[in-house]
Design a protein around this ligand. Structure first.
Ligand SMILES: Nc1nc2c(ncn2[C@@H]2O[C@H](COP(=O)(O)OP(=O)(O)OP(=O)(O)O)[C@@H](O)[C@H]2O)c(=O)[nH]1
Ligand SMILES: [Zn+2]
Length: 315
């Protein structure tokens, strides 16, 4: 998919400075500074120069070969989108060039609204569309309450798809396929939501591919601790990322934050002060909407927390 050789003379060790001589590749897995890259005919184990690790899974890169199955990343092609999170000290790239983010939640165990909203904010600010996948709908006792919890996101226009990877595998597969065709999709979710079960349903050879990638990158047995990309039919690709407990967004400025909250959009520009922070200013249209119940209090609290985080950035 989109991988082709650049010119007949492919690059040899260190000799390639001309872009046209470099080979093109797609980064399909990342582990520290080691990347597995799908080049024209084979997968290559690549490293970056120096200490840089600014390559993301999903990146289209130019590489110079250093041996039959190894190479050095020389440049990264312009990205359509880039999803990343960050803490106070540094940012961590999640995936490049994805079209959509699927957030997997479940009836059980309970999911975190904080992580869901943070993921949505990351998607909004990256220009990536976001969908919620509600898995384990077969656990009927917990279904009404979970649906109710997801209403806040559905009202904002985020599609919520109900599936049951275990109880209705065929229906689940059928529900996913049209959503994936022609797109690059990243799946994220907290541990236990059923993300692996879903990946195994929609990517038939996921286990084998993961073992191969793990062996090639020499990651040992910890097969789920790295992000990987599966290329599928119908020009679709799926990125599976390891579960995480935190989703720092320290990189987002206040201006980016207010725009990443869809619920704020109707009120922006309507506050008494043109430079309103929407935190405690008099005449703030956003705060009035929170008081009137038009914006969920939980969403505004997260906004305030993220504004606080963005002021703590040390890089
Ligand atoms: N009842 C029910 N259980 C499910 C469903 N899908 C997955 N599970 C179960 O939920 C548990 C977690 O599923 P996984 O697919 O391992 O979840 P995960 O999100 O990948 O979790 P980690 O591997 O910890 O990251 C397993 O015991 C699955 O069998 C479902 O649709 N219904
Ligand atoms: Zn305001």
């Amino acid at each position: 998919m989109g991988v082709r050789k650049q010119g007949a003379r492919s690059a040899r060790a260190g000799s390639a400075t001309n872009k046209a001589e470099l080979e093109q590749g797609l980064v399909i897995a990342a582990h520290g500074r080691h990347y597995l890259v799908q080049a024209a005919e084979q997968k290559l184990n690549c490293v970056t120069r120096g200490k840089k690790s600014d390559v993301a899974v999903g990146d289209h890169i130019r590489l110079a070969r250093t041996s039959a199955d190894q190479g050095v990343v020389e440049s990264i092609d312009e990205r359509r989108t880039l999803l990343y999170r960050s803490d106070q000290y540094k940012s961590k790239l999640l995936a490049a060039n994805v079209d959509q983010l699927f957030i997997v939640v479940a009836t059980e165990p309970s999911f975190s609204d904080d992580l869901v909203s943070r993921s949505l904010v990351a998607a909004e600010s990256a220009g990536v569309s976001a969908h919620l996948i509600l898995n384990k709908t077969d656990i009927t006792e917990a279904l009404p309450k979970t649906r109710e919890r997801l209403q806040v996101y559905a009202r904002l226009g985020y599609p919520v798809h109900e599936v049951s990877a275990k109880a209705q595998p065929e229906e689940t597969r059928a529900a996913f396929m049209p959503l994936l065709a022609g797109k690059s999709t990243i799946l994220i979710g907290q541990s236990g939501m059923g993300k692996s079960s879903i990946i195994n349903l929609i990517v038939p050879d996921a286990d084998i591919a993961t073992r191969e990638i793990s062996a090639a990158l020499d990651t040992g047995k910890h097969t789920t601790t790295f992000t990987r990309l599966y290329q599928m039919e119908q020009e679709a690709s799926i990125i599976d990322s390891p579960g995480f407990q935190e989703f720092g967004l320290y990189q987002l400025s206040e201006g980016m934050l207010e725009r990443a909250f869809r619920d704020f959009t109707p009120y922006l520009g309507k506050c008494r002060f043109y430079n309103c922070h929407h935190l405690n200013e008099p005449g703030c249209a956003v705060l009035e909407a929170v008081q009137a119940g038009e914006i969920a209090g939980m969403r505004h609290q997260l906004y305030a927390q993220l504004v606080h985080e963005s002021s703590q950035t040390l890089y």
